[in-house]
Design a protein. Structure first.
Length: 87
């Protein structure tokens, strides 16, 4: 049994002085199955928007953020337990 991957968002350089972003939209819920490439969240900072997608198939085992929350570099957003999802 594998342990969940910890998905950590790192703010790209230059988005703003304090490397913060706001969670504009969450498209996932706890215990939801997700597929690689699926949209998980939309974050914004100033005039920039960033779409965060799943890096692998899995299940959201922990959801540590909510809409309108401000995040900073290295804040953990969620944990995904990787699995194989049949088409």
């Amino acid at each position: 049994m594998s342990s969940p991957n910890i998905i950590t968002f790192k703010c790209p350089p230059g988005m703003n002085a304090d490397d913060s972003v706001t969670v504009d939209k969450l498209t996932i819920t706890l215990n939801q199955k997700v597929k690689k490439g699926q949209l998980l969240a939309i974050l914004s900072s100033g005039n920039y928007e960033v779409e965060i997608t799943a890096e692998s198939d899995g299940i959201i085992t922990e959801l540590l953020i909510e809409e309108d929350q401000i995040l900073h570099r290295n804040d953990i957003m969620w944990k995904i337990k990787t699995i194989n999802i049949a088409n």
